[in-house]
Design a binder for this molecule. Sequence first.
Ligand code: CP
Length: 299
Amino acid sequence: MSTQQTKHFLGLKGVSAAEITSLLDRAAYWEQHPSKVTNTLQGKFVSNLFFENSTRTRFSFELAQKRLGAGVLNFSAAESSVQKGESIYDTVRTLESMGIDAGVIRLKPTGVLQELAEKIKVPLINAGDGNNEHPTQALLDFYTMRKHFGAIKGLTVSIVGDILHSRVARSNLWGLLELGAKVKFCAPPSMQAPELAQFAPYVSFEEALQSDVVMMLRVQLERHDHGLLRSAEDYREQYGMTMERASRMASHAIIMHPAPVNRNVEIDDELVEHEKSKIFTQIAHGVPIRMAVIERALT
Ligand code: CP
């Protein structure tokens, strides 16, 4: 995740349970201290460099930065010199030259973030890296699970849907295994990532429903080659969390989803704000989690 010299935060693979727990604890501190703005990062400047669209991650990072008292510079690729052909590296290097103290970055191509982190000296925080990792999403998922169940060790978590294209699935997998949870995957054959099967078995939807947490993934239509998905109706019938399937989950079990949701595709409309669903609670936890991550990078 990081070097001693630069506190990059690139992913959860290889991060210890102690380090994850310390970030969750710090997020709990920030959640319990809901004062709107502090001066923790007064005099520091953080740039949000989103080369791919976002609502939750982008705005919760900005709220987190503002609550910590940092100066915020928002970069939008669509309004920048990227439109004149400037590269991702030259863009980030430009902001670094101007004196930003950290960059929060979301990129479409997998692997570019790692290359950037080898050249850029200010801390870079991964806000979504192709289909590789989305570590702050997984942290807010862990925070939500820990708050609901009291502990993560011993939980069984089923991750259902488009595993192949999901950075959320990968960050959750690495972190949950490290924290002592059991992970199962459930996906149509065309959306499986076979290289992950050694870490979490692929199971039927029937078996996936017998878990403490059933995490539904968005079908990432924008990442699909033509033909992976026959129809939304077909997907819902075979791999959607329908009201009928939810009724077969244990009474204590919860439904999660990183959002945005395709209503009535991977999850029924009535379930999005159902009492079993934690979707908007997850979103709320994004702010304290990102406060903890930014603080870690800059202090
Ligand atoms: N969950 C998530 O990353 O949402 P956004 O793409 O809106 O940031």
